[in-house]
Design a protein around this ligand. Sequence first.
Ligand code: TRP
Ligand code: SF4
Length: 560
Amino acid sequence: MDEDTPEGATPPGDGRGDAATDPAAPRTDGGTERADEPTEDVALDPWGSASVGDYADLFAEFGIEAFDEVDDDVPDPHYLMRRGVIFGHREYDAVAEAMANDEPFAALSGFMPTGDPHIGHKLVFDELIWHQRQGGDVFGLIADLEAHAARGMSWDEIDEHARSYLLSLLALGFDPEDGELYRQSDNRAVQDLGFELGAKANFSEFEAIYGFDGETNVSHMQSVITQTADILYPQLVDEPKPTVIPVGPDQDPHVRLTRDLATRVRYFKVTEAFASFELDDDERRLVRAAYDALAARDGDGDAEETDTAETDVRCEDAAEWLADYEPPESDRESVDLAAAKATALDKLRAGGKEPLRPRVRFFDRNATDEAFEALIEAVEGEKRVFEGHVDAFDLTRGEAESVAREVEIDHDGFGFRQPSSIYHRFMTGLTGGKMSSSIPASHISLLDDPEDGYDKVKAATTGGRDTAEEQRELGGEADECPVYELYAYLLAGDDDELTKEVYAECVNGERLCGGCKEQAAELMREFLEDHQEKRAEAEALLDDLDIDLDSDRRGTGGEH
Ligand code: TRP
Ligand code: SF4
């Protein structure tokens, strides 16, 4: 910990994500609701107001994982990652790994052109640009169908806003030669993909995920399926690859649905099995433990060798072993192992004398007969072919996944990987509460006059005390301060020293709000001036791109 950091305070950039797990830990994210306050219901609604009561709940409720568990794997992490602004992810490890190994990966995000781009969108623009600089194939899209169907935006408004989003994205450094920008309505491949994916989704599911009902307009539903196609599009244009979708957590329902659909369209499902019967993940852990123990006892005691060696372990032996087995503490956490043990025991007992042998199993999920035949051909080593599935004894799980994907792609399938995602925290409004585009003083548009930007920061709510005296004595509450948040999310840029300094000086009582806001307001003015100059320069670049910002579409759209 820095020497000048007061006791108990965590400088920003350290202890990332602590607040998510330890309610007593100081928040370094600046001003999101405190973890120890009663939380609102967690609801992730893509079309609702973007507020999250407690980010920690998202981990438990929806299976979003804490970002600090992967950020060590990320080469040279972005400042939003270092500062815990990006707090959660789904399977980002796949993307981090590809990045570290110079393998292909992609990033994609989309923007609904309902208003002017603001500093919240800048987070996502920056995330896309960073992934592009890290070597990814990066896509930015204008969600014009969604804006028209779900928000009733007219095509003229959409054109105008789309232009503005793209200018900011380019001004911040997106390289359109290297990446792709498109609008949903113009992308035939996305429409076609959406149509395919829609064949695997149904209305009940939309009801459950999005709360859609009989009043929901059909084009709104179509815009959802279009978004799932957007998310998989990077894998369509080239080859299946790890893809990250940087978004706010309100978009997680779309990510979850897309991860599901990506699996549902696959030709084959690859699992691991030990005998003719199926096992779920927990049962499999237990059966593996039994198998490893018995095979080691059986063979020369070298468990490494047992995977391929013929052993004489039978289901009933494994049942006997498992009956007395107590799984290690570390294995018991999230899982109801007692239930899994009971069902695994049933299956093993029913297996009787059937030998237990590890294998990978390919299920035919959507394959054509030809593709299934080709798969059988492609499986190397010992295999057994059944009605609807093939067992392979000499392939690892990873090898099996590759074979399955190759055969699928050769036979007109998509071979998608499940997309990954990262989630950033929402910024607090400058007036406290939510940042909302309907309250101009609460947010800063990237188009705001730099002087207005300056004024809004000067007028912002702070985490300061009532009097200067109190502030010197108690220190300010940087964790509750929208101004501190501006430094961390935007104004300090890559300069961690500045965020640490502001934080430490604030909580120490060395920094008073007047001066702190003056500094922030000046930085904001400079940022807006600079950004707007770059936007002007980007005009020419944008006009050269193959993207139609003057659509001749007709119609008035819908709202629900
Ligand atoms: N639904 C997103 C929004 O409301 C926009 C969007 C459309 C999007 N397609 C996407 C976001 C694909 C991420 C990925 O802003
Ligand atoms: Fe916020 Fe700065 Fe005041 Fe601290 S000193 S409460 S960071 S405005």
